[in-house]
Design a protein around this ligand. Structure first.
Ligand SMILES: Cc1cc2nc3c(=O)[nH]c(=O)nc-3n(C[C@H](O)[C@H](O)[C@H](O)COP(=O)(O)OP(=O)(O)OC[C@H]3O[C@@H](n4cnc5c(N)ncnc54)[C@H](O)[C@@H]3O)c2cc1C
Length: 396
């Protein structure tokens, strides 16, 4: 937030400098394409921006220098997520699906050959990745996955369907999860494997992309695999260990989504703040009505709290490891995604009637924010995980 001195207590000097740099890029370059992405519902600017960010090293914080990353870590990536989401969440959703959801499993479990072939090009912004978990009949209950991969000589033959796949119709590569050893032999958690798919391969069918409530320009697709032959060297990690690869990716995804929540909330807040100083009713700026200014205060509190929790979760991931950080990462995702919806809704209220029209952006921020408590684990599922940890910590 401009003029927010408290940020100095939250971030290191290097992180603050990086934040200034990425904010300037987002303000100039993402802003330049914002209307085209939103009004034309166009993916092309997303590709252009991904290439520009790749060249500048902005897609690199999560990944090590040996594969083309910058090795800055997840706090820096959250800074990128927040600043990008503040300008355009469709772009940011595409970026996180690419660099984190696809990139992290390759980074953490890929062989050197796999990293060189599939990770480095996405960090450079030359190629785009996606992750394929969700299916028509399988959402929150990922272990119930139905997509099958059957070993046949040097290949795995994949059949099944994935839906709601961000970048799915546009991506060059997919990290895809499928069942290799089905029930009744083993539980799906122990019979799932991960594969790296090149979307040019025969059998990768782009069925459609969904018309979304918000996130115009993002491409969230339905994909069908028709006897898709994946060479055995594209198995990611050991066979039947896919569920732990899937679980491993989730915390970085949750923290990234939390940062997106802060970004969207800031955008909505800034529009409402400005409007409250311009709109005159009863002979004064509406900011002087407590009914308005207290809403501004409520928004500001949630933004600060959300960012602090997000940064704490990101630092916890580095410091105490993935498993131990699950509770705080999950809390950050739940809190900021709900806060973003709250703030966007309050912002629309402050704007009154004009806020409900497309003349202003608050109606878009509300539509965009609504994905956050759904994607990457719904608030309900995540609260289940949080309470389980809380009871366990207290010895129950
Ligand atoms: C824009 C968008 C982008 C996405 N991107 C991707 C992507 O890139 N890759 C990917 O694999 N997936 C992606 N998804 C899928 C997303 O992760 C799922 O939509 C989400 O996990 C919820 O699954 P579902 O939609 O099937 O809902 P369901 O699981 O069917 O849930 C429906 C409702 O029931 C509730 N519910 C379900 N089980 C329980 C329970 N045990 N306790 C309490 N409540 C419960 C849920 O909270 C929800 O309110 C995306 C979705 C969207 C909309």
């Amino acid at each position: 937030m401009s003029g927010d001195e408290s940020l100095k207590a939250l971030y290191s000097k290097e992180e603050l400098e990086f934040k200034t740099e990425i904010q300037a890029f987002a303000e100039e370059r993402i802003r330049a394409f914002d209307d085209e992405i939103e009004k034309m519902n166009s993916y092309e600017p997303i590709r252009i921006l991904m290439r520009e960010m790749g060249k500048k090293g902005f897609l690199g914080p999560l990944h090590p220098p040996e594969w083309g990353g910058t090795g800055q870590g997840i706090v820096a990536d959250c800074i990128v997520a927040e600043e990008c989401a503040r300008i355009n969440e469709a772009f940011e959703l595409s970026r996180i699906a690419n660099i984190s959801l696809f990139g992290m499993p390759i980074h953490r479990f890929g062989t050197d050959e796999q990293k060189e072939k599939y990770l480095t090009p996405i960090i450079k912004g030359e190629k785009i990745g996606c992750i394929g978990i969700t299916e028509p009949r399988v959402g929150s209950d990922t272990a119930g996955m139905e997509t099958r991969a059957v070993k046949d000589g040097d290949y795995y033959i994949i059949n099944g369907e994935k839906r709601f796949i961000t970048n799915g119709t546009e991506a060059d590569f997919m990290c895809c999860f499928a069942i290799t050893t089905p029930l009744p032999n083993v539980h799906p958690k122990k019979g799932m494997s991960a594969f790296i798919i090149d979307t040019k391969w025969k059998g990768y069918e782009r069925v459609k992309y969904y018309k979304l409530s918000g996130l115009r320009g993002a491409r969230v697709g339905h994909i069908r695999f028709n006897d898709l032959a994946v060479p055995k060297e594209n198995l990611l990690g050991p066979e039947n260990k896919g569920f732990s690869i899937l679980m491993d990716e989730l915390n970085s995804e949750r923290v990234g989504i939390a940062a997106q929540g802060v970004g969207i909330a800031r955008a909505a807040f800034e529009e409402a703040l400005k409007y409250s100083t311009e709109r005159i009713q009863f002979d004064q700026e509406i900011r002087y009505f407590e009914g308005v200014s207290f809403q501004i205060a409520d928004m500001a509190i949630r933004i600060e709290a959300g960012r602090a929790l997000t940064v704490q979760a990101a630092r916890a991931l580095n410091k105490i490891g993935n498993k131990a950080a699950t509770k705080i990462c999950t809390m950050a995702k739940v809190f900021t995604s709900e806060a973003a919806v709250y703030v966007a809704s309050r912002a629309m209220q402050v704007l009154g009637g004009i806020g409900y029209t497309s003349e202003k952006k608050s109606e878009r921020y509300l539509r965009d924010a609504k994905i956050l408590p759904i994607g990457g684990g719904t608030t309900e599922i995540l609260k289940y995980l949080i309470q389980r940890e809380v009871y366990r910590e207290h010895g129950y």
